[in-house]
Design a protein around this ligand. Structure first.
Ligand code: ADP
Ligand code: MG
Ligand code: MG
Ligand code: MG
Length: 392
């Protein structure tokens, strides 16, 4: 087969590719639209107008566009993304889009069209609650983490697998944007002047710096399992009955607590954007995510653990406790960086009344700091709710 040379696809090129792959019948009336957010990747939606059936082609761009500037970014992330989707599919096919085809030189992943679902962040902002979201995500995280860890797979194979997911450039984005820049007076930060006193307090807080530095070190050094690496509510498609995780281009072998922490944080950010009576379903999702995660992970541990120390009393409890404490700390970093860092969330930025928006963001900064500083004194997941409700 001929070696393709990278070039960005056009809409017609995307249509031709789906025909060449035999994804549609010959002569089908196909249309195509580019539907991506336009910062890092192209996303083409090809639809057969006769049957309504669609296909998605995601293509990485060789640069990232951020506020007018642009810097080079490895195309290898497309391979990471398609490999991660396939690896996840081997454990939880019900929670990821089916991958039909991928091409490393074109940096593309051709996958199942999920347009019948909605991006969870958008639905949550509209006030939806997605009753099964936390059950599904808790199960997704428990299974992907367990089976790709030294507890769930042959430990030599795990070392081999982890080499497919060496992802230094995308990890660097997280190291900078989640764990570093928001905690210093760096140019990437972006916040309303009304928040300046609160932000400067974070920049001058040595106690906070020490705890964030410890969390960053975990992210840099701990390779527990294949993590998604960008599991916010914008990477999740949902309905009342279905949940699908997309966009694992940040996947790598990282700490157990990271995906749980990012998911918690984005639930809490949405809760902060809502009037009080409507916050409850989000807090319930945080609890249910942790409950389902621990049940499923513990069950897999009992039945499928390959580690000779598996039955040693206290080991599972130690792993779960450490994961819980880390997840809360990572959640705190994510809440802060989504409030004052480079990449915000529409949940908070979309609050139209300026006073309400500033108030919600100030609460977010306090919540984030409290999550980081108090993570070790929280005994169980109900105490996250208490901490949230106590954050003035
Ligand atoms: P990025 O890495 O650029 O954030 P995403 O994978 O998150 O790219 O996709 C960007 C957008 O493209 C999503 O928010 C969604 O609207 C659309 N999209 C991505 N994958 C699919 C899919 N499988 N089915 C339908 N729409 C999709
Ligand atoms: Mg995006
Ligand atoms: Mg995305
Ligand atoms: Mg992405």
């Amino acid at each position: 087969s001929k070696q393709s040379v990278y070039e960005p696809l056009t809409e017609n090129g995307a249509i031709s590719l789906t025909v060449r792959l035999g994804l549609f019948p010959e002569g089908a009336p196909l249309t195509c639209r580019e539907i991506g957010d336009g910062n890092l990747n192209l996303v083409f939606h090809v639809v057969d107008q006769q049957t309504g059936k669609g296909v998605i082609i995601k293509q990485a761009l060789p640069y990232a566009k951020v506020v007018g500037e642009s810097w080079p970014l490895t195309l290898k992330r497309a391979v990471i993304e398609s490999n991660a989707l396939r690896t996840f599919a081997s454990y939880v096919p019900e929670y990821v889009p089916n991958v039909y085809y991928s091409d490393e030189s074109l940096a593309i992943t051709v996958m199942e069209d999920l347009s019948h679902l909605q991006i969870a962040r958008k639905g949550l902002i509209e006030g939806k609650t997605y009753p099964l979201l936390s059950k599904h995500i808790g199960e997704f995280i428990a299974k992907t983490l367990f089976y790709t860890s030294d507890f769930g797979m042959n430990q030599q194979q795990k070392k081999q697998l982890s080499q497919q997911f060496v992802n230094p450039e995308l990890c660097k984005i997280t190291e900078d944007l989640v764990f570093t820049d928001p905690f210093f007076d760096y140019e990437t930060n972006n916040f309303e002047q009304e928040l300046r006193n609160d932000v400067e307090a974070l920049w001058n807080d040595d106690t906070l710096h020490l705890e964030v530095a410890k969390l960053k070190r975990k992210f840099l050094t701990e390779g527990d399992a294949l993590i998604h690496g960008d599991l916010h509510t914008g990477s999740i498609f949902a309905s009342d009955t279905e949940t699908k995780v997309i966009d694992p281009e940040f996947a790598f072998y990282g700490p157990f607590g990271f995906d749980i922490g990012q998911f918690f944080a984005n639930l809490l950010l949405n809760a902060l954007s809502r009037p009080e009576p409507q916050q409850e379903p989000l807090l319930a999702h945080v609890e249910q995510t942790w409950g389902v995660f621990t049940n499923v992970f513990s069950d897999l541990w009992d039945r499928h653990n390959v580690e000779p120390y598996a039955k040693t009393p206290g080991l599972l409890q130690d792993v779960l406790r450490q994961t819980f404490v880390d997840a809360i700390g990572f959640a705190g970093c994510e809440v802060i960086r989504r409030t004052i860092g480079l990449a915000h969330v529409a949940d908070l930025d979309g609050i139209e009344d300026k006073n309400k928006r500033i108030y919600a963001k100030r609460r977010a900064l306090h919540l984030g700091k409290n999550l980081i500083l108090q993570r070790r004194v929280l005994n169980d997941v109900q105490e996250i709710r208490a901490l949230f409700l106590q954050t003035f």
